[in-house]
Ligand binder design. Structure first.
Ligand SMILES: [Zn+2]
Length: 458
């Protein structure tokens, strides 16, 4: 675009060499201008802001945020208010339905024979309820493989105990998710009553997630059992004792519920119909207060808008700042958003997603798109000062970028170190005290810078 303008406006037949030199000067000048603009956004991002108070409100005051609950409604209002206070041009919500509501009741589990002891357990989310059961046989099925179930023999009517490895790395987390559906299928085929899954975290830490994929109620009652309690039951069973448990999982399950994505915009100066999305999910599980997953990054999205607006700069393209809901139930909010906006996705320059707590950002995963590496590397140059400009071309599936990726929109998912994310993942301990606020501030600068750079690229 720059080339054609220069050559067209050369009525005096300036020698080619001079034109090319002028062209280089223009290119360098425009690169410097772009870098200066992004640096201004970074400077604004690093200034004091309401980032911390916004996050404290979302986590300490509102708390865990499951769609269909009063807390989730308050969180949506929080998003609307925070975006307005940050200086958005427009803010609105877009509603969609989840096929069922789900809330845990007073889950209880205790070994009744031959010894008696309480087992610390919570229901897996979106698992069906189970009325009070007494003297249920419990059977160890190891890792829950086909062989393990064969070795266990007849487990009809029993509760099966499934072991887990302790989680330390991202790969361990993905393995946990991948393993569950097969174990459930085997348990259903074997006509078991329920599944007890050993927590992957030590020190009695309980957490919650779902093993269903689209907000549907799962096929079988499942509880997550404290790692130490599961190990104790496994040792007793291995010693030849025949354990029985009393079990009650009175989950509250209802019909379809409405949920909302929150969308704020800064309109582009030259190409307002083209847009970049900066997004994070607003919903969370509720045993903790959803600070690492993903409150800190919801607050980051709001503060990135604030920083770009405060810079006084307007990028060429529109930026949509989106707080998705229903992510934890199967990326439902972003799926519905992509479905509703499919006709304009050709105008989507990129989608930037943050969803891994406070671990240091090293760069971005580009969703398998080797064709965009050079372009993104150039735009991400200002992030080198934070050591956050290393791109990878893997494609992950676990967050709100997925449906955009499947539609062919370039996606940038922040690659982050594990840090304290996995230990506290979906757990009672995912609370505000786990968030390193100075690092979150840097991440705001990185998110605002890369989003602005893409939105402003010529
Ligand atoms: Zn998340």
């Amino acid at each position: 675009m720059v080339c054609r303008l220069v050559l067209d406006s050369d009525p005096d037949g300036t020698p080619l060499r001079k034109t090319i030199l002028g062209l280089f000067a223009l290119l360098i000048a425009s690169a410097v201008l772009a870098q200066n603009s992004t640096d201004r956004v970074i400077t604004e991002a690093l200034k004091p802001s309401s980032l911390e108070t916004n996050l404290a409100h979302l986590t300490d005051q509102i708390g865990g945020r499951v769609p269909g609950t009063p807390a989730m409604k308050l969180a949506v209002q929080w998003g609307v208010n925070a975006f307005n206070a940050a200086g958005a041009d427009t803010v609105h919500t877009e509603d969609f339905n989840l096929q069922a509501s789900w809330a845990e009741g007073a889950t209880e589990m205790q070994v009744t024979s031959p010894q008696q002891f309480k087992v610390r357990a919570v229901s897996i989310a979106w698992a069906p309820a189970l009325a009070q059961q007494r003297h249920v046989r419990i059977v160890d099925v190891g890792e829950g493989t086909d062989d393990d179930f064969k070795k266990a023999g007849n487990v009809a009517g029993a509760m099966v105990l499934v072991h887990s490895e302790e989680m330390h790395k991202w790969d361990d987390l993905f393995a946990e998710y991948l393993k569950a559906p097969q174990v459930i299928s085997r348990a259903v085929a074997a006509k078991t009553l329920a599944i007890a899954i050993q927590s992957t975290r030590p020190n009695d830490l309980l957490y919650r997630h779902t093993n269903s994929s689209d907000g549907e109620i799962d096929r079988m009652p499942q509880v997550l059992v404290a790692r130490e309690d599961a190990a104790r039951m496994a040792r007793l069973l291995a010693s030849g004792q025949k354990l029985q448990v009393d079990l009650s999982v009175p989950n509250h399950i209802g019909g379809s519920i409405s949920a909302s994505n929150v969308i704020a915009e800064l309109r582009g100066s030259e190409k307002p119909d083209e847009f970049v999305v900066l997004g994070a999910h607003l919903d969370s599980w509720e045993l903790g207060t959803g600070a690492l997953d993903n409150g800190c990054n919801a607050a980051l999205v709001v503060d990135a808008l604030r920083a770009i607006q405060a810079s006084g700069l307007r990028p060429r393209r529109t930026i949509r700042f989106i707080l998705f809901s229903g992510e934890e139930e199967g990326l439902i909010g972003s799926h519905r958003y992509v479905t509703a906006h499919r006709s304009e996705l050709d105008n989507a320059a990129a989608v930037v997603i943050f969803d891994a707590g406070i671990g240091k950002v090293t760069g971005f995963s580009l969703g398998g798109r080797k064709d965009i590496v050079d372009r993104v590397n150039a735009l991400a140059a200002p992030l080198k000062q934070f050591d956050a400009a290393t791109m990878t071309t893997d494609a992950s599936t676990g967050s709100d970028h997925l449906d955009f990726l499947l539609e062919g929109v370039p996606t940038l998912v922040a690659n982050q170190d594990e840090d304290n994310y996995l230990l506290n993942y979906h757990a009672m301990s995912d609370t505000l005290d786990k968030v390193d606020l100075s690092r979150l501030k840097r991440h705001v600068a990185e998110a605002a810078a890369i989003t602005f750079a893409i939105a402003d690229a010529s």
